[in-house]
Design a protein around this ligand. Structure first.
Ligand SMILES: Cc1ncc(C[n+]2csc(CCOP(=O)(O)OP(=O)(O)O)c2C)c(N)n1
Length: 619
């Protein structure tokens, strides 16, 4: 194998053109083999193979800095930079990250997972390099999806003004996770048409007309695009960037040739490469959306994927049914139609479905605008990505108490994506916002009840649920929700465990058959149910359990409330400690943090509730 001889990017320098092509094939096989076992960002990584080889052939990493936006497409980069032996461990506990990570390798220029950060990072590095009188090169690879993010666009604005030397490679595959959105995406298509036509013109006009009347038809539109470029009306010129492209991002020879010429140019240059997401793996090319973030799959039968009913699907079903009856309901997503369970909604209510691109800030403030104009917006957003829009929640939604519902998915630890993606800050961030109401359903039925009730509330409401599977709710059921109230699921004589969402089953398991231990579904995190809390406090002991940081989380809220109420039960708080949690199996991570059933039993024992002998027996 050629690949096994590549110990670092320097080994690429001597390879012939044919060997580089062979290497691309070997990289693809390795990426497919390992992703089948571990799951991961398969389609994006397959699409970037030639680009990554070419960059490492021409640039001199780690001296030159190669930045990957999101970092999810960089599997070939990992394989070419000394991580082949560990590649099987990608996304596994203790293994390689699924994204680039500074602490993992000197070749990883930035730590990422969230989109649209590469250009501002590149800008900072370029300013530092020039201040320090250094002369290394900087190349940032950003997808057309990531370029929909305001951070990326705002960074371009400053990059153009400062005119620092750097290369930006726009990796355009017309896809975000679903088809990319936005006016710029439409413009990129026009540029691509121009490229096809130029290629086709080489074949001769008559031939073009014969083989593809559609392409010929597009030629007129392309002429307009060509004119724009000649007249420097290309938006990148307006940003003061040199624009080159579009070029074929799978033409390895062509890429190497171009990069060699572009790397020494002064000022910022944007190279627009066109790639195919999933390139080289038929199923992924045909359905890049499903293969964007693949679950482990069988190499023999890749389409035989197991599917299970998820919290996201439960939300999608509930919100679609609600929208059938509630004409003002509008759903806003920042580029997460599939992940948030909204495919059905987007098909049944296309006019009330808004994908704003990877722009969480825009999603939240658009919802504010919708609410101000009399609609009922639901922002479907992952906990981790809501972090991007906290100011919009405060400034645009909460100050005027707008009726916006935040459907917060992937709350809690998420598993293999690791610290950039764990949804463990939303309670702390949202709890501080005046007027914000926060709830967490225990199952799909309660989610339906809460969602319907939330739409009737005035002021902002956040409903949070975890990643993963859930039992489907009974078809068509819409139970009432007693808004703001906790539920005593089990009475207890000596202690009450207050849990919600994902940790509730752990609490019930820990308390099973023990009359001393009570369990409360503390489903409203803000405001807290004071009556239920007072009743629980009367037992003398309270244990809170949350799949969230302890700092500022639910336990902290209970502590504050008890103090305000002048109640002093013995209190223990279980949750995530004040450090970042690494990637891993969620159940194992919960066990390690002591928030599973065994951890709850142990804490109860320490509080003097369960006998130490029972703990030793694992009872
Ligand atoms: C801030 C943020 N929002 C959402 C996501 C989820 N996400 C991961 S990759 C991706 C699509 C990226 O598209 P693009 O940049 O074009 O790269 P491609 O996967 O197409 O190669 C999205 C929406 C994210 N990582 N970060």
């Amino acid at each position: 194998m050629l690949l096994s001889r590549i110990k670092g990017p320097e080994d690429l320098k001597e390879l012939s053109g044919e060997e580089l092509e062979l290497l691309a094939e070997e990289l693809r096989s390795e990426i497919i083999r390992v992703t089948a076992r571990t799951g991961g960002h398969l389609a994006s990584s397959l699409g970037a193979v030639e680009l990554i080889i070419a960059l490492h052939r021409v640039f001199d990493s780690p001296r030159d800095r190669i930045l990957f936006d999101v970092g999810h497409q960089a599997y070939a980069h990992k394989l070419l930079t000394g991580r082949q032996e560990k590649f099987d461990s990608i996304r596994q506990p203790g293994g390689l990250s699924g994204f680039t990570k500074v602490s993992e390798s000197p070749h990883d220029a930035i730590t990422v997972g969230h989109a649209s950060t590469s250009l501002a990072n590149a800008l900072g590095m370029a300013v530092a390099r020039d201040l320090q009188g250094a002369d290394y090169k900087i190349a940032a690879v950003i997808g057309d999806g990531a370029l929909t993010g305001g951070m990326a666009l705002a960074a371009l604005n400053k990059i153009g003004e400062l005119g620092k030397d750097m290369l930006i490679v726009l990796n355009d595959n017309e896809m975000s996770i679903s088809p990319n959105v936005g006016a710029l995406a439409g413009y990129f298509k026009t540029l691509q048409v121009q490229r096809w036509v130029q290629d086709a013109e080489k074949l001769g006009k008559g031939l073009l007309e014969r083989i593809s009347p559609r392409l010929f038809d597009l030629a007129d539109r392309a002429k307009e695009a060509t004119k724009m470029i000649l007249h420097q009306d290309n938006p990148f010129y307006a940003w003061n960037l040199r624009y080159v492209g579009p070029v074929d991002g799978h033409d390895l020879k062509g890429l190497v040739y171009l990069l060699e010429r572009l790397k020494d140019l002064s000022g910022p240059t944007l190279l627009h490469v066109v790639t195919t997401k999933g390139k080289g793996y038929k199923v992924a090319e045909e359905d890049p959306t499903s293969w964007h973030g693949a679950s482990p799959f069988s190499l023999e039968a890749p389409l035989a994927k197991k599917s299970r009913y998820t919290w996201s699907a439960a939300f999608g079903d509930a919100v679609t049914e609600l929208a059938d009856r509630e004409e003002k309901l509008v759903v806003v997503t920042p580029a997460m139609r599939e992940g948030s369970g909204l495919v059905r909604f987007s098909q049944t209510h296309p006019e009330r479905f808004l994908d704003v691109g990877i722009a969480e800030d825009v999603a939240v403030t658009t919802a504010a605008g919708l609410a101000l104009a009399g609609m009922k917006p639901v922002v479907a957003i992952y906990s981790t990505f809501l972090q991007r829009a906290v100011d919009q929640v405060i400034h645009d939604v909460a100050i005027e108490k707008l009726n916006v519902v935040f459907a917060v998915d992937r709350a809690g630890l998420v598993g293999a994506d690791g610290p950039t993606h764990h949804g463990v800050f939303d309670l702390a961030l949202l709890r501080a916002v005046p007027g914000m109401q926060i709830a967490a359903p225990k199952d799909a039925l309660e989610m339906r009840a809460m969602l319907r009730a939330a739409l009737r509330q005035s002021g902002p409401v956040a409903l949070r649920w975890p990643r993963g599977g859930v039992e489907p709710a009974i078809d068509g059921a819409w139970p009432e929700c007693s808004w703001g109230s906790w539920q005593v699921l089990k009475e207890g004589g000596e202690v009450y465990v207050l849990a919600f969402g994902k940790t509730l089953p752990y609490a019930l398991a820990a308390a099973a058959d023990d009359p001393r231990i009570g369990v409360i579904n503390a489903r409203f995190i803000k405001p807290i149910d004071k009556n239920a809390l007072s009743r629980a406090a009367a037992s003398g002991r309270i244990l809170t359990v949350e799949d969230h940081q302890l700092t500022g989380g639910f336990g902290a809220a209970v502590l504050e409330e008890l103090q305000d109420l002048g109640l002093k039960p013995q209190l223990r708080r279980l949750g995530l400690p004040d450090r970042f949690t690494e990637q891993g199996d969620v159940a194992q991570l919960h066990a390690r943090a002591g928030i599973d059933a065994a951890g709850i039993r142990k804490a109860l024992a320490e509080m003097g509730v369960t006998s130490a002998a029972a703990v030793r027996r694992g009872g």
